[in-house]
Unconditional design. Structure first.
Length: 187
């Protein structure tokens, strides 16, 4: 469990330090044999301890201590190849989600890694069955999805890979945001 706690702690800290989650925002999980380990509701991702990790079966009752997004994490594990999930609130990706149904990176790394990222809109964006199904559907064929006005959900073979997709998308969204504000005189 030490390696697992270390991965949760390091990825959570990097999400918080990079500004992609607030003090108590976002959540992380990994798939284990017949279960998932997920951060508890209200966990501070920048300061994860052993007490912040909750074991949840992939079928059956979800502990009330688990993140409010546990239903979504479970659906993603049951319907995709995900081994880990990172949910973050990257501000530029969220801002762009209000204006687009698809985010198409223009920077070289973003365009190579994430040529097109879907934005989904649901009536109940936190903890709902509707959200769980919408995100799991997109994650079947994509490494990351943006939920309009809420944040990103990225899958990976581990937390670090899911963090990578999250950080690439946010960097691409910052570039897109800057490009919208730049106007150069014609030469």
């Amino acid at each position: 469990m030490d390696d697992l706690l270390r991965a949760f702690s390091q990825v959570g800290r990097d999400l918080w330090r990079s500004g992609m989650v607030t003090s108590h925002g976002g959540n992380l999980s990994v798939r284990r044999e017949g279960e998932m380990v997920i951060t508890r509701t209200g966990a501070m991702l920048g300061h994860i301890t052993q007490g912040d990790l909750v074991r949840v079966p992939l079928e059956g009752e979800i502990s009330p201590r688990a993140s409010r997004e546990a239903l979504l994490h479970r659906a993603s594990y049951l319907h995709t190849s995900a081994e880990a999930l990172v949910h973050a609130h990257p501000v530029h990706a969220i801002a762009l989600s209000f204006f687009r149904y698809t985010i198409v990176p223009k920077d070289a790394e973003g365009a190579y890694i994430l040529p097109s990222v879907s934005v989904v809109e649901v009536s109940q964006p936190i903890g709902s069955q509707e959200l769980a199904q919408a995100v799991a559907q997109v994650l079947k064929n994509a490494p990351i999805v943006v939920v309009k006005g809420h944040g990103t959900f990225a899958k990976g073979r581990g937390l670090w890979e899911a963090f990578y997709y999250t950080s690439v998308l946010e960097a691409s969204c910052r570039v897109l945001w800057l490009l919208k504000g730049v106007s150069f005189p014609s030469s």
